[in-house]
Design a protein around this ligand. Structure first.
Ligand SMILES: [Fe+2]
Ligand SMILES: [Fe+2]
Length: 328
């Protein structure tokens, strides 16, 4: 059901998650690169200002937690991470913010001959090291499950009734060059670990939200570059998410916001939402910025697609109510 609504005052027990994606914070000052980027797509010079505008908007929405689904930076450069973290400020706490890597966060740059591993700018650990404390080293004790690797990880939100399950889809991008590093990969080890934790009986009573960067299904191709954005092992992942009765999957990567909803496919309803970058709809005549808010009350998720004009009072365009699971 899609209906017009405002995100009203928070009700008792409500938990609000803001979903941002593909910020592409860029610190590149190169004139040549700027011209190239303006030719292949939108200029990224405004991205930091856009993030600051969105952050000031969501601060007024009583948001409890922010999830940023990858491509936080444009080139995984130190100055980009620094600018990003400065903008995020007090949100940089594990119980207030969850981030995960996108292909841009692992950088396009080649590893130079003789470069030591710890110098390589596009390793996953490099991304993780920028956010100390945001990546749990163990699963919640209630799950009684030993953690074997960095991803997936699980955060319990909203007094433990919401399980946020985070997957890394950047796979083995470090071995690829050019447009081929837009492909995603879940990896067999991560799939096995994900399969094991999703069987955990303790999670059965939680609302389960999966966050990742790449889209888990085939999506329409809008540009020639979209052909290179495929997620390997997407069928195995989708099967697992359906079997595990995941209520909501949130992701980025595709720079066009959309919502994909199945009705009782394989006996379960699941919603998949791509947030897109904040300026996904901004053009020559519009400066509107967008992001999503998921409001969770009991077992119901309300999905608010929020529009945030830079110079006007922000408003909610419409919202989508999803009964995550029947009341028990
Ligand atoms: Fe992106
Ligand atoms: Fe991406």
């Amino acid at each position: 059901m899609i209906r017009q609504s405002e995100l009203g005052p928070k009700v008792p027990g409500e938990f609000r998650i803001a979903h941002l994606s593909d910020l592409h914070i860029s610190a590149d000052r190169s004139g040549l690169r700027s011209r190239w980027r303006s030719w292949v797509g939108k200029s990224q010079a405004k991205n930091l200002v856009n993030l600051q505008t969105v952050l000031s908007d969501l601060a007024a929405q009583d948001i409890d937690h922010i999830v940023i689904t990858g491509d936080l930076t444009n080139g995984a450069k130190e100055e980009e991470f620094d600018a990003l973290k400065q903008a995020l400020g007090e949100w940089l706490q594990s119980d207030r913010l969850t981030v995960l890597p996108g292909n841009h966060d692992l950088s396009y740059r080649r590893v130079r001959p003789g470069m030591a591993l710890h110098e390589c700018p596009r390793k996953l650990w490099h991304f993780v090291s920028h956010f100390p404390g945001l990546f749990p080293s163990h699963y919640p004790p209630e799950m009684r499950h030993a953690k074997k690797q960095l991803f997936p990880f699980v955060k319990l939100l909203g007094s433990g009734r919401i399980a946020l399950i985070v997957i890394d889809t950047t796979g083995h991008l470090t071995t690829k060059a050019g447009p081929f590093n837009s492909f995603g990969q879940v990896g067999l080890a991560q799939l096995a670990e994900l399969r094991a934790i999703l069987k955990n009986p303790w999670l059965h009573n939680c609302i389960k939200i999966v966050a990742m960067h790449h889209h888990p299904m085939i999506v329409p191709i809008a540009t020639m570059f979209d052909s290179f954005k495929y997620l390997f092992q997407s069928k195995q992942l989708l099967d697992l998410l359906y079997e595990s009765r995941i209520e909501l999957v949130i992701h980025g990567h595709k720079h066009h916001p959309f919502c994909w909803q199945s009705h009782t496919f394989r006996g379960h309803d699941m919603i998949v939402i791509c947030a897109g970058p904040p300026d996904a709809y901004a053009g020559d005549k519009s400066f509107d910025l967008v992001y999503n808010i998921y409001s969770i009350v009991g077992h119901r998720i309300s999905i608010h697609y929020r529009t945030c004009p830079a110079s006007q009072r922000p408003k909610t365009e419409f919202s989508h109510v999803h009964a995550a699971k029947p009341e028990r």
